[in-house]
Design a protein around this ligand. Structure first.
Ligand SMILES: O=P(O)(O)OC[C@H]1O[C@H](OP(=O)(O)OP(=O)(O)O)[C@H](O)[C@@H]1O
Ligand SMILES: Nc1ncnc2[nH]cnc12
Length: 181
C-alpha cells in the first residue's frame, strides 16, 4: 500500500474510540464520532473509499447507505464519485411504496426498508455502513437490494469486527473495510 494511504489509515484508526458495556453489558462499542469531528480524518475515510471504488468498482452507479451511520459516509463518497446516494432506513421512516426485511443486531432486533423506486433492476450498487459486526444489518440490506433486482458490487465499512464473522454471512459478496478489530 502507498505510504500516503497507510498514513490515512493510521489517521482513521486513531480517531476511533472504544466504550465498554455500551449500549449493553458485554458490548465494546466502537465510536466513530471523533472521525466526524476532524475534517482531516473524515477526508481520509472518503479518500480511502474512493480509491477502493476507482480501483475495483469503476462501473458503480449508486451508493446505498445503511441507517444511520452509513448516512455519514455514503453521501460524501457518492458525491466524490459523481453517482447518486440511496437510503436504507429503519422501518416507518420512508414515504411511498417500500420493500422491507427484518434482521438481528449484535444488541437487538430491527427492520430495514427501502423505497421501491430508489434502485432500478440491474443498477450497479455498492453498500456502505460505518461498521460490520454480526453482519445482520448488511445482510438485510443485501436482501433488500436483491428484491430490487440490483446488481450488488460489494459492501464497504469503516470498521470490521472480525471475531463476529460478519463477512462469512455476506458471502459471496465482498466486504472492504478500513480498520479491523
Ligand atoms: O453487523 P451488525 O451486527 O448488524 O451491526 C452493525 C450495525 O449496527 C450499528 O447500527 P445500529 O443498528 O446500532 O443503528 P444506528 O446506526 O442507528 O446507531 C452499525 O452502525 C451497523 O449498522
Ligand atoms: N460493537 C459495536 N460498536 C459500534 N456499533 C456497533 N454496531 C454493532 N455492534 C457495534
Amino acid at each position: 500500500m502507498a505510504a500516503n494511504s497507510e498514513n490515512k489509515l493510521q489517521l482513521v484508526h486513531s480517531h476511533i474510540r472504544a466504550f465498554p458495556d455500551f449500549p449493553k453489558e458485554g458490548i465494546l462499542f466502537r465510536d466513530i464520532c471523533p472521525i466526524l469531528k476532524d475534517p482531516a480524518a473524515l477526508t481520509a475515510v472518503t479518500d480511502l473509499f474512493e480509491e477502493h471504488v476507482r480501483q475495483n468498482h469503476k462501473q458503480v452507479e449508486l451508493i446505498v447507505g445503511l441507517d444511520a451511520r452509513g448516512f455519514l459516509f455514503g453521501p460524501l463518497l457518492a458525491q466524490r464519485l459523481g453517482v447518486g446516494f440511496v437510503l436504507i432506513r429503519k422501518k416507518g421512516k420512508l414515504p411511498g411504496a417500500t420493500a422491507s426485511v427484518a434482521y438481528d443486531l449484535e444488541y437487538g432486533k430491527a427492520e430495514a426498508e427501502v423505497q421501491e423506486d430508489s434502485v432500478a433492476p440491474r443498477q450497479k450498487v455498492l453498500l456502505i455502513d460505518d461498521l460490520l459486526a454480526t453482519g445482520g444489518t448488511m445482510y438485510a440490506a443485501i436482501q433488500l437490494m436483491k428484491k430490487q433486482q440490483a446488481d450488488i458490487l460489494g459492501c464497504m465499512v469503516v470498521i470490521e469486527l472480525k471475531e463476529l464473522n460478519g463477512v462469512d454471512k455476506l458471502k459471496p459478496h465482498s466486504v472492504f473495510s478500513l480498520v479491523q478489530y
